[in-house]
Ligand binder design. Sequence first.
Ligand code: RIB
Length: 279
Amino acid sequence: QLRAGRSRILALVVLDLGNPFFVDIARGAEQAAHDEGLHVITCDSGQQADREQSYLSMLAEQRVRGVLLSPVDTSGVALETFRRNEIPYVFVDRRVPADEASSVSVDDVAGGALAARHLVERGHREIALVNGPQILAQCRDREAGVRSVLADSAARLSVLETNDLDVASGRDAGARLLGMSPRPTAVFCANDLLALGVLQAMVSSGVRVPEELAIVGYDDIEFAGAAAVPLTSVRQPARRLGHRAATLLIAETTEDTAPPARQTVVFEPELVVRESTKT
Ligand code: RIB
């Protein structure tokens, strides 16, 4: 029984709707909402804290039923209005302490470690990490996972940071990789869009993947397996993330029951090996 008098609209605020990872989160959330007769509106912060804040203010004013949020930076995000107005919120793709809110995420340190271990086991000793901005916990955690594995190996790590996690930034990083000396034999990209951009830069320069450069992406979006050279990727169960986060949020708006205990749900990532690392 949903609480009477409340809006039937849930909101989802994501970092980048151009990234199929977030589209899959939205689909999972939609499914859970639909099953309860609710609707979801999706807002794209474009990874901009000020745009995120303006969406959050609008959603509080509109008194939506609840909010699923994939924040730019949890320390900066202002959620007092939601607390004051008793509008529940759940973090998705971001882990926060359970006394703050429920959250549903994937263990990104483990994901970074999976990718690095795979490359070391394939014999790579010059490894590059193409990472997004450090403001994103996902990027900090994936890098920490990589470093934890490489610290115990003979491999050397070079880090190339990009502002965005999109294909264009991947292409730019690919051009930078080509100019490096010694040139890395393998690269781990913080998401698949970056990896697809790196792959494109290699293909257009005649560099063979994986023979001259092995590539690992992250997320395992549908396009990773459909690329010219199918990409090895660290899979995140994006639909399940969205579905579980929406289910937790809906439970917080349900009457007849005491508010449920907040939950910290952490899924395990999974390495999917394809041609881009098979030598
Ligand atoms: O938003 C950046 C990245 O973090 C996405 O590609 C996805 O990997 C998420 O977890």
